[in-house]
Design a protein around this ligand. Structure first.
Ligand code: HEC
Ligand code: HEC
Length: 228
């Protein structure tokens, strides 16, 4: 009985959120439906490695916002959820343009994408504008290299390893504890996205030295906040 009551409450809550069209529950439903779709396509192996599965609807920034809802509607149709914090603000408009061209069935692999997903939805101009605003507001903070005279010496491993997929992040933008978690996740991202970035490997490429990278970031990290 008790469990029934809880289940009913959850169902009602979910229903209310779904009909409102916004919110993490509705967004997660949209993400799951899209994922089932692209994972069922013959291109699944390749699409799954474009981005790692790092985020769910609840961990998106501003999870109840229109921006998050638009991301969960449009940006999950061909790959895992993009993290706004992956790229710096100036990078996002061009990426979104590239994706919108695809959603409209043109561009690099446009025909393939259109073929693959007959029902792919494309945002209108107002939605594109909102999406770009949302991504830019929650973007990565790029390094202010002038503040790091030791970047080419002690910071070399960091410099060489951490700008392969996005701009070098600003070391003082995270606490030491946050860097520990981010670097561990990036190690997984590198393995996950291997097939995409692997082609960039060059002979004599420096070995990835995660302990050096973490030490460098933690040395320059933001002071720990209370309770973190
Ligand atoms: C129609 C399919 C499709 C949709 C929808 C789509 N993408 Fe992509 N996306 C791709 C493909 C294919 C690639 C790999 C090639 C490339 O990078 O252009 C990609 C790669 C990416 C990458 C990794 C490459 C990079 O430059 O970091 C990001 C980030 C990304 N998409 C973000 C988005 C965002 C944000 C949206 C929504 C505005 C979106 N995608 C919607 C097909 C799509
Ligand atoms: C193989 C590609 C790749 C490499 C190399 C890479 N990253 Fe990332 N990075 C990503 C992707 C994908 C995301 C977004 C998904 C996520 O957050 O896991 C991201 C997001 C981030 C974020 C934002 C995370 C957040 O949620 O706030 C930071 C900070 C970051 N990376 C730092 C680093 C550092 C430091 C390194 C070097 C150790 C590094 N990255 C190397 C792919 C990469």
């Amino acid at each position: 009985m008790f469990h029934h009551g809880i289940a009913l409450l959850i169902a009602l809550f979910a229903y209310g959120t779904v009909t409102a069209g916004d919110g993490p529950l509705a967004n997660q439903a949209a993400i799951d439906a899209a994922r089932a779709r692209w994972e069922g396509s013959p291109q699944a192996g390749w699409l799954a490695r474009i981005l790692p599965p790092s985020l769910d609807a609840a961990s998106l920034p501003e999870p109840g916002s229109r921006g998050a809802a638009l991301l969960a509607r449009y940006c999950v149709q061909c790959h895992h959820v993009p993290n706004p914090a992956m790229h710096h603000p100036d990078k996002w408009p061009k990426i979104v343009d590239r994706m919108v061209v695809r959603m409209r069935g043109h561009g690099n692999r446009g025909a393939l994408m259109k073929d693959m997903m007959g029902g792919v939805k494309a945002p209108d101009e107002e939605e594109v504008h909102m999406l770009i605003g949302y991504l830019r507001r929650n973007a990565q903070k790029p390094i202010d290299a002038a503040r790091y005279p030791d970047l080419d010496t002690r910071g070399r491993s960091f410099r060489d390893a951490c700008d392969q997929c996005h701009v070098l992040p600003e070391p003082s933008s995270r606490t030491a504890g946050e860097w520990r978690r981010v670097v561990a996740r990036m190690e997984r991202n590198m393995a996950w996205m291997n097939r995409v970035v692997g082609s960039r490997a060059m002979p004599g490429e420096p070995q990835l030295r995660l302990p050096d990278i973490l030490a460098y970031l933690q040395q320059h990290a933001a002071p720990a906040r209370r309770g973190s």
